[in-house]
Design a protein around this ligand. Structure first.
Ligand code: CTP
Length: 407
């Protein structure tokens, strides 16, 4: 199974900051994602971490000194810059940012940056006062206007013990930023995709809810795949345990009615709605204002009323000049999969439906893989092999794209 960073050539620049320890984790995450990672350390970085740490993880040479004749990469740093798909400088110190803003090239990293045409991601890490300093702000603005992508810094506890804006963005999020920047001119660039995810929760009282087993993984994987193809993505998410996706506008809701309201708004100018959420079919007629005490009852009957069908009520003619919105539904079935799913296409006005057998161990809730059948409005049936949910996301987007070209 291949991901967005598979076989990508990433040059990871590491500069002098205590956040250097996090770049070892970042190098590891890039390598595990299948990227070829070439690390360049500045002199100050080597005071915090060693080249050996990175070499052990990337299994590749690490550049520290441009004049090291024993290092093939150092001698060939221009080739390194030319071959790179992307440069990621993390952590980027105030000093390196200042030098980059002025085009200096007095070390291996700066020289390589000057020589590359690849996109460049900068993850600043420094004391909050240093970041807020007028000179640093001016330099960061220069890098942005030069087309570099500035990730962070994040707010939080700093090495000084104070809290402020200056922490390096977490490695997991930098992986997301790297994927997003690599894909920003992808085939969905200029397209607005709305995805729903998770299982809605219908409140019984302030403590209890009615929900379902959806983990949200499928919807999050679709949102991630769309982001990595250049789309502007809005994710409308029911409660999940999943971390937020960097670069994806996420609106968190709880109930089906909340999801309906938000999606109604968001779909107005969208090119496609991909409805991966598991919407509760019923909600309690009444939500109690205070917690129901168990001492009052041996059994408890809760009256339920039907929730509206959200996707069926989304007008397939969007108000946008782009024309019709491509509507994609999901069908979680445990029997008569094709028959039950096909019926939902016309009932809900879908372009196609993604059906999966929730009783299979490698498909459905909580797992990272899915085996789906895509059924189109014209009756065409495509059975896809077992894939990661991310790959299923891409397969769905391929078909959304065909739908958009057609409409
Ligand atoms: N869906 C929706 N609004 C609802 C129920 C479902 O928009 N109130 C959407 C789901 O997000 C999914 C599709 O409709 O994309 C099919 O959902 P599914 O639960 O399989 O079907 P239901 O319509 O709920 O029918 P049933 O539970 O009887 O199978």
């Amino acid at each position: 199974m291949t991901g967005p960073l598979s076989k990508k050539r990433i040059v990871l620049g590491v500069t002098g900051s205590i956040a250097c320890y996090k770049s070892i984790d970042l190098a590891s995450k890039f390598t595990q994602a299948g990227a070829e990672v070439d690390v360049i350390l500045t002199d100050s970085a080597t005071k915090f971490v060693t080249p050996l740490s990175f070499k052990s993880i990337t299994h590749r040479q690490v550049v520290t000194n441009i004049f090291d004749i024993n290092s093939e990469l150092a001698v060939n740093h221009v080739a390194l810059a030319e071959q790179a798909d992307i440069f990621v400088i993390a952590p980027a110190s105030a000093n390196t940012i200042a030098k980059l803003a002025n085009g200096l090239s007095d070390n291996a990293l700066l020289t390589s940056v000057l020589a590359t045409k690849s996109p460049i991601v900068i993850a600043p890490a420094m004391d909050a006062n240093m970041f807020e300093n007028a000179a640093t702000q001016r330099n960061v603005a220069t890098l942005m206007s030069d087309g570099m992508f500035i990730a962070g810094p994040a707010k939080g506890r700093l090495a000084s013990g104070l809290t402020g804006l200056g922490r390096m963005v977490e490695p997991r999020d930098l992986v997301g930023v790297t994927e997003m920047v690599l894909g920003k001119n992808g085939d969905f660039s200029g397209k607005r995709i709305v995805v729903s995810a998770g299982g809605t929760q219908e409140a019984i009282d302030p403590v209890r809810t009615i929900s379902n087993r959806s983990s949200g993984k499928m919807g999050y994987a679709i949102a991630e795949a769309a982001r990595n193809r250049g789309a502007t993505v809005t994710l409308v998410s029911a409660p999940t345990a999943l971390p937020d996706l960097v670069g994806v506008r996420t609106i968190k809701i709880e109930s089906a009615l909340e999801m309906k309201e938000v999606l109604g708004e968001e779909c107005n100018d969208a090119h496609s709605i991909i409805m991966a959420a598991a919407v509760a079919d019923w909600r309690p007629v009444r939500t109690l204002k205070s917690k129901a005490k168990k001492s009052n009852k041996e059994t408890w009957k809760i009256n339920l009323t039907k929730n509206p069908d959200i996707i069926a009520n989304i007008d397939s003619i969007s108000s946008k000049e782009s024309g019709n919105i491509v509507k994609v539904g999901f069908a979680a079935e445990s029997e008569n999969i094709i028959e039950n799913s096909s019926a939902k296409i016309s009932k809900k006005g879908l372009d196609f439906i993604v059906a999966n057998d929730i009783t299979a161990a490698d498909s459905g809730f909580s797992v990272d893989t899915n085996k789906v059948t895509i059924i189109h409005a014209d009756g065409t049936i495509e059975k896809l092999p077992l894939m990661s949910k991310y790959e299923v996301g891409n397969a769905i987007l391929d078909r959304v794209k065909t739908g958009l070209d057609f409409k």
